[in-house]
Design a protein around this ligand. Structure first.
Ligand SMILES: *Cc1c(COP(=O)(O)O)cnc(C)c1O
Ligand SMILES: [Zn+2]
Length: 398
């Protein structure tokens, strides 16, 4: 198959692209699909084509279209003009991933993961997730008519289960240590021929590359100075970095942005290791964050994110719950309603401007990862009001 391989992100051990196990058999670190060195944008793609057709040189292993797109990707890049007055930042953009079929960027990785599962002949897929990824895999499992199993925490609330269950997968509330499920599901998947499309598997990373490709096109190939990614497992961060690198390899852009990994102060294994100058993450222990979508205390791609930050001079930082709340409301006041995780990059912009890292007139792209309606509990963080008026008084009040 185009003799592309999986390459270990840590020890460079290679395995066949037909292997479905997503981690290195030698060192257990995550695998990458080999970086693409050459390619161009398929300018003949039609508006109805999915992103992997427009960028097909960067997805050479996707030779067959199984007709399972739900219209993911090609999300807007929205300019936030208000920050020009407030911060003297004229070029701040939001990559609005809330506009995906299941309202988060996860759809990009789910669709590539499911196509890969079909390509390898799987008839069953699954994932381990409590949130956006579960809904996303369930939706694509439904579209592809595959038997789909979603493993969630035992104590998951009904209002969180229902948006997953509506797509018709088998939902299993697993009793026991949730942290062990990631590895365990991969092992069971290998034995039982279920393709587990977990948070940072290589094909999910491949899906996230398209965020970078689209940003490059939307900015007319003028690389932004900063790209800010709210990070949990690390799969999305890896994908965005890989996308920019592949476009640079191909000569479509001439420089890379500075990649910024932002985490919640109460769930910051990667940023903590980065700040301490460590090469490996440690388990963060008990987490405390209002953005559960970025709450993984032991991210499976944490070490690889650290390697990427070091190799490409990126940086990692934390923002606290109050800063996230402020950013969440502020972004909504600019017309973009995200779940708290999606607003974390705006909180990071304030912090990085205060520290003199981001400077006036630089170009910043914030990745708004998921929709506000995914986390209605977050309404409680704000003092949202309305008032009554009688029909007779309406003219006066207005
Ligand atoms: C999954 C998710 C993230 C974190 O992405 P990772 O790939 O796990 O780092 C951030 N925000 C939202 C809304 C998500 O659903
Ligand atoms: Zn390895």
């Amino acid at each position: 198959l185009n003799d592309l391989k999986y390459v270990c992100s840590n020890c460079n051990h290679t395995t066949k692209l037909d292997e479905s196990y997503p981690r290195c058999p030698i060192c257990n670190e995550p695998l990458n699909v080999e970086y693409i060195e050459k390619g161009k944008i398929n300018k003949n793609s039609k508006p109805s084509d999915p992103f992997w057709v427009r960028y097909k040189d960067f997805y050479p292993y996707l030779t067959k279209d199984y007709g399972i797109s739900l219209g993911e990707g090609f999300t807007p890049l929205v300019k936030i003009d208000y920050l020009r007055n407030k911060l003297n930042l004229a070029n701040v953009f939001v990559k609005n991933e809330t506009q995906n079929p299941t309202w988060s960027f996860k759809d990009r990785g789910s669709v590539i993961g499911v196509i890969n599962a079909l390509r390898l002949g799987y008839s069953q897929i699954g994932t381990v997730s409590t949130g956006n990824m579960a809904a996303s895999v369930a939706a694509y499992g439904a579209k592809a008519n595959l038997k789909t199993t979603i493993l969630v925490k035992e104590d998951m609330a009904k209002e969180k289960l229902n948006p997953i269950a509506i797509y018709g997968p088998k939902v299993l509330q697993v009793k026991g240590d949730y942290a062990k499920l990631y590895d365990k599901s991969l092992k069971i998947g290998k034995e039982k021929d279920i393709a587990f499309i977990n948070s940072d598997v290589p094909m999910r990373v491949e899906g996230s590359k398209s965020i970078a490709f689209e940003i490059c096109e939307q900015l007319e190939f003028d690389t932004p100075d900063y790209v800010i990614v709210p990070t949990s497992a690390g799969g999305n961060f890896r994908g965005i970095v890989k996308g920019f690198i592949e476009f640079k390899n191909a000569g479509l852009i001439t420089k890379l942005p500075t990649f910024i990994c932002v985490q919640s102060a109460g769930a910051a294994p990667i940023a903590t290791a980065y700040i301490k100058g460590e090469k490996k993450i440690s388990h963060f222990g008990k987490t405390d964050t209002i953005s559960p979508a970025i709450g993984n205390p032991n991210p499976p791609s944490g070490n690889e994110v650290l390697r990427l930050l070091e190799r490409y001079n990126g940086l990692a930082l934390t923002v606290n719950n109050d800063q996230i709340k402020d950013a969440h409301l502020e972004l909504a006041h600019y017309g973009i309603f995200t779940q708290p995780a999606g607003a974390v990059p705006l909180a990071a912009v304030y912090k990085l401007m205060n520290e003199g890292i981001i400077k006036e007139n630089q170009t910043v792209v914030m990745i708004a990862t998921g929709s506000g309606l995914k986390d209605t509990k977050a309404f409680n963080y704000h003092n949202l009001t309305s008032s009554f008026v009688s029909l007779d008084d309406l003219d006066q009040v207005l």
